[in-house]
Design a protein around this ligand. Sequence first.
Ligand code: SF4
Length: 93
Amino acid sequence: MANVWPLLDRAEDRRAWPDRAACRGLGTEGFLRPPCESSRERSAREEAARKVCAACPVRVECRRHALSSREPYGVWGGLTEEERRALYVHASA
Ligand code: SF4
């Protein structure tokens, strides 16, 4: 695993992590499931969101937040809600 602490210690990285999010200004549509969405639409939307997350400089912070607060909906840190739920189950087993 890469050592990220030198990167996180840069002054520009001390801002609140949401301010540095790659999804900032994109709106939530691509990250949250709309009421009526087919499985094909959902896969496409989640894949597009994952691509944004993959290039996000605060993916670790975002994922940590989502897991620790048990965010029930949406793609956070590149993880879908189903993936997070699977991690909770695995962690509690
Ligand atoms: S990891 Fe994804 S959801 Fe989280 S802040 Fe970055 S782009 Fe947004």
